[in-house]
Design a protein. Sequence first.
Length: 149
Amino acid sequence: MLRLSKMTDYAVVVMGQLASRPDHRQSATSIAEKTGIPQATVGQVLKSLSIAELVDGTRGAQGGYILCHPASKISVAEIVVAMDGPVAITACVDGADDPCSVQAGCLLRGSWDAVNVAIEDALKNVTLEEMLAPLFRFSSPDFIQQEAR
């Protein structure tokens, strides 16, 4: 099974929380309370996202975190790379840091590149906004009023 790390999963949740109030800075404590993710983990996630310039953090009484770009401009790939590094599903993908131990005699050497590119492209083509669309659609006042009719 191909899986993203738990930290990447948390990062998408944290980014989603920030996207839910794009014009308001949110503290790590507030994000932890609203998402149910431990505060120490939220802090680690925010640090990585800040280094990747996906979130902006400000200290002080009016401080907190905010997205650096609109959710419609942030791809899932950017979040994955911020947390886990470049997308590489096997050790033999071009540019992988850790070469495969059987690379010299492998008949499939280089064959995984097409798969890796397809997965990376798929992640690049899904935005944070698209990930959040069902949540926003079902929690919006318009949807709630429509369902009440």
